[in-house]
Write a protein that binds this ligand. Structure first.
Ligand SMILES: [Zn+2]
Length: 343
């Protein structure tokens, strides 16, 4: 073997060891300012709200709220997050419920927070937040609107969604309208790689959605079970985790004892790597005279010390607040290994 070939073999071994040492693919996240690489050591709040208007799709008017007024009310609560080094703030307010991407962009620039917004439609609460055109639209045409928001921007801006937010009523069977919304989300995912976060609640509303994803060949790994804390049977978390779905315990602080019990259950059953935590807190309500905003800090001020007192390590906490959300919200098409339609 010549000196040159020895050098080359050495180089190949070096390259191979480098590849083995970096098995993780780079993960990209889209916030209201830019797309960038996600790192696993950044802190996320994965389900919160800046503004929600419950007036309904028929009556909602973005002119109802004034940006300066909302900013004045919400800024102190966002400023508080600096102390806890929060990097990402996922705003889960859907279209027709007060999603206002220009407001989010202003707040992102003012605070330095990476605010993530969404595309999609929210069918829960008896379709109050669905515009009339949804009934006549096909799943394909709804997905075209959502894909267009991702490719070209929302509401005439260049601001792009970082995930798909949908909502269904929590029944064992989904109405045809809600089935269509889930199908549209699956089609949008297959084109964009955006993760689907669905307002679901109890597990009985989860399984029919995962069935639709399966029919479309989308992996449960592309799906976040939102408001999973409403489920009383912890065993269902094991089933959902086994399928690969993200389990979002996002009402943190509303019932701390129950929250801690659920997180410890996840730890004891080795499914912490599928759990997301957040507060579902905030928000400015344009229909209210006096604002009552819930802070976004209970996780850091109360949950963290509580978990530590139950033997939780910093590494485990880091999974919930950094590693898992950076994976869950990374933009990547996640298909089922074998599409049922192939067999
Ligand atoms: Zn919410």
């Amino acid at each position: 073997m010549t000196k040159r070939s020895i050098f080359f073999v050495f180089f190949l071994l070096l390259l191979l060891s480098y590849r083995c040492a970096t098995p993780e693919k780079p993960q990209f996240v889209q916030d209201v300012i830019e797309v960038h690489m996600a790192e696993s050591n950044q802190i996320w709040l994965s389900h919160e709200h800046i503004l929600v208007d419950f007036i309904g799709a028929d009556s909602i008017q973005p002119t109802t709220w004034n940006h300066d007024e909302v900013i004045k009310e919400i800024m102190p609560y966002l400023e508080e997050l600096k102390e806890f080094k929060v990097d990402y703030f996922v705003d889960a307010t859907p279209n027709f419920l007060g999603r206002d991407v220009l407001l989010l962009e202003k707040l992102a620039k003012k605070t330095g927070l990476r605010i993530v917004t969404n595309t999609g439609l929210y069918g829960a609460r008896n379709n109050k937040f669905l515009p009339k055109y949804v009934r006549e639209s096909s799943a394909e045409s709804l997905s075209e609107i959502w894909i267009d928001e991702y490719e070209n921007g929302i509401d005439g801006t260049s601001i792009k969604p970082g995930f798909i937010k949908i909502g269904v009523d929590k029944n064992n069977t989904l109405s045809p309208l809600h089935q269509k919304i889930v199908q549209a989300a699956a089609l949008t995912h297959l084109k964009t790689g955006l993760t689907i976060a669905s307002h679901t609640g109890k597990a009985k509303g989860l399984w029919p959605q995962l069935e639709i994803l399966k029919d479309k060949g989308v992996s449960p790994e592309a799906f976040i079970w939102v408001h999973a804390q409403s489920e009383n049977n912890n065993e269902t978390y094991l089933k959902a985790a086994k399928m690969g779905c993200w389990i979002s315990l996002d009402g943190l602080g509303k019932d701390m004892e129950k929250d801690v019990e659920k997180i410890l259950f996840a730890k004891n059953n080795s499914i912490l790597n599928r759990i997301l935590i957040s507060h579902d807190a905030g928000w400015y309500d344009p229909q209210k005279e006096n604002q009552k905003i819930t802070p976004y800090t209970t996780i850091f001020k109360q949950l963290y010390p509580e978990l530590k007192s139950h033997g939780f390590t910093d590494e485990e906490f880091n999974l919930l607040i950094s590693v898992n959300p950076s994976k869950a919200f990374s933009i990547e098409i996640r298909k089922l290994p074998s599409n049922r339609s192939d067999t």
